[in-house]
Design a protein around this ligand. Structure first.
Ligand SMILES: *Cc1c(COP(=O)(O)O)cnc(C)c1O
Length: 466
């Protein structure tokens, strides 16, 4: 399997090359040269298969010769062995033709564990074969940092340094990062905002001598392997609910367009998915684009679903590439104009191609709280403020006889303030995190200065190189 950049000016790479590169050198995103297919026969053969094995079978064609099937199966089994549900990604019926697929049974209680747990093991596997190490550096305002830390702490070939803005993450989120202790991990509490942290990480990647010396690498959702780790659960849900003999639709709470991109990949592989719902909070740039071919950036407004408070969805470029006929020159030009003007409009045919698959949906904060309360009262089901937006989208847009699966992306205990506002009480943390507030925190305070942060990264790397 070969991978090409959406902007056409970066080297063609194999899976291992794409995994380690993250972003392509031309600023584009890597996509598979063609999508492998799952025939109706293949889909029927996945019925009743345990999730880790199903995942290995779906993922293997994308990995090609880089990792053998047996080795990959070992990695998927290890990735999901510690999930808090025997099904890994259980389906819960919430109404006629309406289901939730719970993707939050991993160590940090959000769906990012699904891909990140696999990513950590893929890094170790590929780096061991090459006898190399990398240093993962990232900035976080919450979910991504803790999922990356859980996935990378203790890995043999990886050092990880995560920057968070001191005092500006929720306590659950901070403790999920700072109570993990491993020699290859350093948590930096930066005296600054999340934007400062992000700028510092960008500056570090632009310091090319430092970047090469430290072998910096990234694990944000522009990395194709993150998308890849999310395709199998769409296949699993579809097969469980009747594919290939029945159509299945999905409603996906969306921020960076990563999760719903994985659903699109499942469709391209041959899973019968006529329609995908892109569910947003008040930051509804994608819904506006789908409704009127107008992608214009507005200021990000904080909402009850912070992991969807995004205006520029970094993964949208992959869809843009597809709807513009896989034309890299046109994709690069459209993205350049979007960066320069904050606006994007595509040719009518391209926009209609997007609309043929994707439907937008938007839910404001007040409606979000009402919906959490109403679902809890009617069905006894407690959804977090991200998942409920998918569930409401499913209820609004379901068609008789076509199962609609809402992706439940976080555990309600991760957002206790919103839950308390909706139902008047705070949900307890699951058993494996019940003592989170008693665990020892370990982090290093640093000023928002590039030199200070680079010193910390170097110290972490040197400690483990010795
Ligand atoms: C990251 C995240 C999202 C958004 O997913 P994207 O892949 O960025 O679209 C939704 N819900 C939760 C809980 C998240 O952590």
């Amino acid at each position: 399997m070969r991978y090409i950049s959406t902007r056409g000016q970066a080297p063609v790479r194999d899976f291992a090359g794409v995994l380690l590169a993250g972003l392509a050198e031309d600023g584009g995103l890597y996509v598979p040269e063609s999508f492998p297919t799952l025939t109706p026969h293949d889909l029927r053969a996945l019925r009743g298969v345990a999730y880790p094995e199903l995942a290995a079978r779906v993922i293997h064609p994308f990995v090609g010769d880089c990792i053998g099937y047996e080795a990959l199966l070992r990695l998927t089994r290890e990735s999901y062995a510690h999930f808090n549900s025997p099904a890994v990604v259980p389906l819960v019926q919430l109404g006629t033709d309406i289901w939730a697929q719970e993707l939050f049974h991993g160590p940090t209680l959000a769906f990012k564990d699904m891909a990140m747990q696999l990513l950590g093991r893929l890094f170790d596997h590929v780096l061991t074969k090459r006898d190399e190490r990398v240093t993962i550096v990232g900035a976080t305002s919450g979910d991504t940092g803790s999922a990356a830390i859980e996935a990378m702490a203790g890995r043999a070939r990886v050092d990880i340094v995560i920057l968070h803005p001191e005092g500006r993450t929720s306590e659950v989120q901070r403790r999920q990062m700072t109570t993990v202790h491993a020699p290859n991990l350093r948590n930096l509490a930066v005296d600054g905002t999340f934007d400062d942290c992000q700028d510092l990480v960008k500056a570090m990647f632009q310091d090319l001598p430092f970047r090469r010396e430290m072998r910096l690498s990234a694990v944000n959702s522009i990395n194709w392997a993150r998308i890849l780790g999310q395709i199998p659960y769409y296949v699993a849900a579809a097969v469980a609910l009747g594919a290939p003999d029945r159509d299945i639709e999905f409603a996906v709470p969306t921020g960076n367009f990563g999760n719903v991109q994985a659903a699109y990949a499942a469709r391209r592989m041959g899973v019968p998915i006529p329609r995908l719902i892109v569910a947003s909070n008040r930051n509804d740039i994608l819904a506006r684009f789908l409704a009127s071919n107008d992608m214009s950036v507005r200021a990000v407004e904080p909402s009850l679903s912070p992991s969807m408070d995004i205006q520029v969805s970094s993964n949208f470029e992959r869809l843009l590439f597809e709807i513009q006929g896989r034309d890299p020159g046109l994709t690069a030009a459209t993205m350049a104009e979007f960066r320069a003007t904050g606006q994007m409009r595509v040719a009518d045919a391209a926009w209609r191609e997007a609309g043929a698959v994707f439907t937008g949906f938007r839910l404001g904060d007040d409606e979000t709280l009402d919906a959490i309360r109403a679902l809890y009262a009617s069905a006894g089901y407690l959804a977090d403020p991200h998942s409920i937006i998918g569930i409401e989208a499913a209820r609004a847009l379901v068609r008789p006889g076509v199962p609609m699966v809402a992706m439940a992306t976080a555990h309600p205990a991760k957002f206790p303030d919103a839950i308390e506002a909706a139902i008047g009480s705070r949900p307890p943390l699951p058993v494996h995190l019940a003592d989170l507030y008693e665990r020892t925190e370990l982090f290093t305070r640093v000023p928002a200065s590039l030199a200070a942060i680079e010193d910390q990264v170097r110290a972490t790397v040197l400690r483990n190189a010795a």
